[in-house]
Write a protein that binds this ligand. Structure first.
Ligand SMILES: [Cu+2]
Length: 283
């Protein structure tokens, strides 16, 4: 278990370096300084912190309101982020057009949601949330704020929510190179490697023809959330700023062999779509 937690840290760290490199220079090779903490990246890129597996990191703590929900019933979910001084944080950095990104995944890696809560002046965040079925859900709060020295800190803090009832976990679909969503086919090229940054390209097709007119959604041609089976370690990766040969290109390194679920969100003709892939990282 300890090894897995260390690995989750490494995953976030490597990605942060990579997104920093691609966003600042447009170059393919990740060469950013190891200590860089880009505002652009997510995943808990602070040494000693873990991405999406903890209530607290870097001196900041997620304090949720009620975390028990009735299946299929909309209910406000509220939370605050307490800073190192113990007070609610009210200063956040606009990151991909939002101050707070909120992601929900059921423990079996199903029932994905990506929402954007609103903050009251006292630092209380609220989002209407419907959890569709009995089970345990991971609620990720993904944001960038400032540490006491004024440095930007990207963090992903998370808590479990429960929906009482008969939980019927859905087996993870087998690994696949294509996914179909809303009549579109999305292909995945590239394979994440353990501790080695690899390109991942996603291409969208309609009736066998490449879709070239993808639109920016929250400032990027695609958003990729990657969740590890077993501990729900979390990554939110942004692609290179421009399409590469018509594909949305990400750089990803995996912390361990095993299975991951990838959630790829993209926009076309004003509609947001989500393609999901199971990815098996070889040992
Ligand atoms: Cu978001």
């Amino acid at each position: 278990m300890a090894a897995g937690l260390v690995a989750a840290l490494l995953l976030g760290f490597v990605i942060a370096r990579t997104t920093d490199s691609s966003s600042s220079s447009g170059a393919a090779a990740p060469t950013a300084a190891p200590n860089a903490i880009p505002s652009h990246s997510h995943g808990g890129a602070v040494a000693g912190d873990l991405a999406g597996v903890s209530l607290s990191a870097g001196g900041f703590t997620l304090v949720p309101g009620a975390t028990t929900f009735a299946a299929g019933v909309a209910q406000p979910y509220t939370f605050r982020i307490l800073g190192p001084d113990g007070k609610p944080v009210t200063r956040f950095v606009l990151n991909h057009e939002k101050l707070m990104h909120f992601v929900v995944v059921r423990r079996d890696l199903g029932a994905f949601q990506h929402l954007h809560p609103a903050m009251a002046p006292d630092g209380t965040w609220t989002v209407p949330l419907t959890l569709p079925s009995p089970g345990v859900f991971r609620l990720y709060s993904d944001f960038v704020t400032f540490d006491p020295t004024g440095q930007q800190v990207p963090l992903t803090l998370a808590v479990d929510a429960t929906v009482p009832g008969d939980y019927v976990p859905v087996p993870l679909p087998p690994a696949a190179r294509t996914a179909t969503v809303d009549g579109l086919t999305v292909s995945l090229e590239g394979t994440p490697r353990v501790n080695a940054t690899q390109p991942l390209s996603l291409r969208v097709f309609e009736n066998g023809t490449p879709v070239t007119a993808l639109e920016r959604y929250l400032g990027a041609y695609g958003h990729l959330v990657v969740v590890r089976e077993g501990d729900l370690g979390f990554l939110h990766v942004h692609p290179e700023d421009q399409l590469v040969g018509g594909a949305v290109k990400f750089w990803v390194a995996a912390p361990s062999a095993g299975r991951y679920r990838m959630y790829f969100e993209f926009q076309r003709t004003g509609v947001i779509h989500r393609a999901e892939f199971t990815v098996e990282v070889p040992a």
